[in-house]
Design a protein around this ligand. Structure first.
Ligand SMILES: Cc1cc2nc3c(=O)[nH]c(=O)nc-3n(C[C@H](O)[C@H](O)[C@H](O)COP(=O)(O)OP(=O)(O)OC[C@H]3O[C@@H](n4cnc5c(N)ncnc54)[C@H](O)[C@@H]3O)c2cc1C
Length: 242
């Protein structure tokens, strides 16, 4: 219908067959942002939900992401109001860098085909089949967080190392598909996931009581956001529903 009705929507096109030079057919798209979560542009204004780019760039599951971050957001916003930390730089601490969200971009890249890219028609299915089969075999502790858009260092390393063993000849194809710059970028985020996991497990339990008693409101606000970023950015917030 769209094709037939196009001349009515767009009067400059009288015959789509002749007037258009079709490059690619796109049925729908979801906007996502590589540098998400997005930092506030103005003081006293904070984007949440899809507007903050917190949704997974892999599944676009923004409602799940919103509910996962709801408690963190409401705590952060209450504390920002109480401590009068409403400058855009303070609010940026609430939408802090989240390495596991940034790492998810790589999976999106591995499953998308760019303009002009020539890809084996079975590539994406082979990638999905190998990884989902392995994660399924690794058990519910691995597959469930992934299906709920939480990427964690343990599941990531476990599934990647098994994928390498299960289908070693596929790895060079994946690297050539995503490209070296994207791979290097991803490795940086994975490194940060490891660091955030260590900070959440090793440093948070030690400093939390001191942070709680801090007299300086801004410093307490900032340290609380830092600890939350370590927790959420490494997927350590995830509780497996049993
Ligand atoms: C087809 C589809 C399937 C999906 N499936 C899933 C799923 O299975 N799981 C999942 O987790 N997520 C899913 N999502 C994503 C999920 O719906 C969104 O991530 C979620 O609704 C985002 O919530 P939000 O409150 O941030 O934004 P929205 O729900 O987009 O709310 C923004 C609101 O702001 C209003 N608005 C916009 N501009 C203005 C303005 N200038 N003034 C006043 N109001 C304005 C809009 O009308 C809208 O009501 C799906 C999305 C789509 C489209």
């Amino acid at each position: 219908d769209y094709w037939k009705l196009l001349p009515y929507y767009q009067p400059s096109i009288s015959d789509p067959e002749k007037d258009l030079d079709v490059k690619r057919v796109l049925f729908a798209f979801f906007p996502t942002y590589r540098d998400s979560p997005l930092k506030p542009m103005w003081s006293r204004v904070l984007a949440v939900g899809d507007a903050s780019g917190i949704q997974s760039p892999l599944s676009f599951g923004g409602f799940g992401a919103l509910t996962r971050h709801l408690e963190r957001l409401s705590d952060g916003i209450s504390e920002a109001l109480e401590a009068d930390c409403l400058h855009k730089d303070d609010l940026a601490e609430i939408n802090a860098y989240t390495p596991n969200l940034s790492a998810a971009w790589m999976f999106q890249k591995a499953m998308s085909v760019r303009m002009g890219q020539n890809v084996d028609p079975k590539f994406v299915n082979r990638l999905l089949a190998t990884n989902f089969d392995l994660m399924d075999k690794m058990g519910i502790d691995t597959i469930k967080p992934f299906l709920q858009d939480v990427i964690r260092i343990d599941g990531l390393f476990g599934s990647l190392s098994r994928a390498f063993v299960a289908d070693p000849l596929f790895m060079p194809q994946i690297v050539s598909h995503v490209g070296i710059p994207a791979l290097v970028d991803w490795m940086g985020h994975v490194g940060m996931m490891g660091l955030y996991t260590a900070l959440h497990s090793g440093v948070t339990p030690v400093i939390k009581p001191f942070v709680k008693n801090m007299k300086n409101d801004r410093a307490r606000f900032q340290w609380n956001r830092r600890m939350e970023a370590w927790k959420f950015g490494s997927g350590c917030d995830y509780i497996l529903p049993r």
